[in-house]
Design a binder for this molecule. Structure first.
Ligand SMILES: [Zn+2]
Length: 114
């Protein structure tokens, strides 16, 4: 896919700060270098300091990763997953399209797992 700076910039401007922080830290390996630069500029414009970015990254270190080292995203939102839900799919058996292995972020983790 071709890199479209205008579209990317627009997308970045509308993103939540916490989403941008995730993308420049735990999802950094997925990013185009140009997109990473634009996101860092946007965070700077939002008065986010490098220290805050480092703190954010540290708070995400419990995140699960796949075999290639990329952070897994929650099955319900874009946050990094901290728990895996093998077997939990039975809770959702009324929803047949849900994958059998579910990933949960800190917000979506079932109460029994914490
Ligand atoms: Zn989630």
């Amino acid at each position: 896919m071709e890199f479209d700076p205008d579209r990317v910039r627009d997308n970045i401007r509308r993103a939540e700060t916490s989403d941008l922080l995730d993308r420049v830290t735990v999802y950094r390996a997925d990013l185009e270098p140009e997109a990473l630069t634009l996101m860092m500029e946007e965070l700077r414009a939002r008065k986010i300091t490098p220290e805050q970015i480092v703190l954010h990254e540290q708070s995400r270190q419990e995140a699960l990763t796949d075999d290639s080292g990329l952070v897994r995203a929650c099955s319900f939102c874009r946050n990094p997953a901290i728990a895996e839900g093998k077997g939990w799919f039975r809770l959702f058996r009324l929803v047949p399209l849900v994958p059998r292995t579910l990933y949960f972020c800190s917000e979506h983790v079932p109460a029994e797992k914490t």
